[in-house]
Design a protein around this ligand. Structure first.
Ligand code: ADP
Ligand code: MG
Length: 276
């Protein structure tokens, strides 16, 4: 039994990488139970490597990790990973139901029990992502947002306590993005699942994130969005002057080259966003 108060993740001074160099070093953070943590950072900043480290697939080179009060490997049966859809080769002939069922690994006595238990688990997972209507559809015929919901259903089928979502908003249109963010927040709110959700754009999760882990410059910092998305913290992380601009409710993060050039760039981005 894992107590409801056990932190989902406690990472201390973590360093890891898959190549000769560490992808990140000296990263410390906690994910409380039933929390939503946004994981932000540019391409190559180490987000996927961090997920793989927390899953026990990439061994830390320094520091320590506890997942649900145990080692990352031992915690695996309680942890789900939603991989980046663009990196997956999906068998698009699967129906939604077959796709979700493929991940079921519940144990029960006898084949009849197992089939029934699997059917119940798949129904529950489809309901949790509001995708009952996708059960009989072929993956080939679905939109990116619909496939993303089925990927999340697949992750939910074994009732995880902690879920990692790797850039689930990539290549989705804004309304599909909003739906996935709302769904991830609902997993926290109604199922008590701790969510670690990576995204390129902090703005997509501003309304729901409890905290932000920002990866850059081979390191990472955690705090509230207001604490982290500041000129000082981001400049320290990137190792070059950075500038944050708030335009209406949106945050724009950019390299600060100083002087009026920076201002011009901000205006241009803000304008193009409004027109989009
Ligand atoms: N299989 C690999 N072998 C060696 N280096 C890798 C491998 N995968 C990723 N890297 C490197 O690790 C760093 C972090 O990559 P990654 O975790 O994929 O970042 P992100 O998910 O933020 O884009 C990058 O410098 C990347 O080039
Ligand atoms: Mg990645």
């Amino acid at each position: 039994m894992i107590a409801a108060t056990t932190p989902a993740v406690v990472a201390h001074n973590l360093s890891a990488g898959k190549g000769a160099q560490n992808a990140f070093s000296g990263v410390s953070f906690q994910l409380p139970p039933a929390s939503f943590t946004a994981l932000a950072g540019a391409n190559g900043s180490g987000k996927t490597t961090l997920f793989e480290t927390l899953l026990g697939l990439v061994p830390p080179r320094a520091g320590s990790i506890e997942v649900l009060g145990q080692s990352a490997r031992k915690a695996r049966s309680h942890v789900a990973y939603v991989p980046q859809a663009s990196h997956l080769v999906l068998d698009v002939q699967f129906s939604g139901r077959e796709f979700v069922a493929a991940a079921y690994n519940g144990r029960s006595w006898g084949i009849t029990w197992r089939i029934r238990a699997a059917a119940r688990a798949v129904d529950r997972a489809l309901r949790q992502v509001d995708a009952q209507d996708l059960a009989q559809r072929r993956l080939a015929d679905l939109s990116g947002g619909q496939r993303q919901r089925l990927l999340i259903a697949q992750a939910l089928v074994n009732q995880p306590r902690l879920i990692f979502m790797d850039e689930p908003l990539a290549q989705l249109d804004p309304s599909a993005q909003d739906r996935i963010v709302a769904l991830a927040a609902r997993l926290r709110n109604t199922l008590g699942i701790a969510v670690l959700f990576s995204t390129h754009d902090v703005n997509t999760v501003v309304d729901v994130a409890d905290q932000l882990l920002y990866m850059a410059g081979g390191s990472g910092r955690i705090g509230s969005i207001d604490e982290i998305v500041t000129d000082d913290v981001l400049s320290a992380l990137y190792g070059v002057p950075m500038h944050v601009v708030r335009e209406r409710d949106r945050l724009f993060i950019m390299r600060d080259h100083g002087g009026p050039a920076c201002q011009t760039k901000v205006t241009r981005i803000a304008t193009s966003r409004r027109q989009a």
